[in-house]
Design a protein. Sequence first.
Length: 95
Amino acid sequence: MLECRRILRSTGAYVSVVGSPMAPLLSPLVSQRMVMLTLRTIPVTDLAILKELMEAGQVAPVIDRTYSLSAVADAIRYIETGHARGKVAITIASS
């Protein structure tokens, strides 16, 4: 974490997803924000319900466009335009 502070702007933010216990303690002492991201797991029952709804045709994902892995930069540019009407998916060719 301390190594990352050197490359952050003075008003930048350091976000830890693995849980650095120093982040919340150090945050009030430095100009950069130091935060810890806590992820909530989805219970298997929620996924089972979602699966049933999708199979029944009651829920459908909306995919606006798909891009190949080699065109990720184009996908990001498209997302940044703000015109996406659904998810933008990246496809990975199987070998």
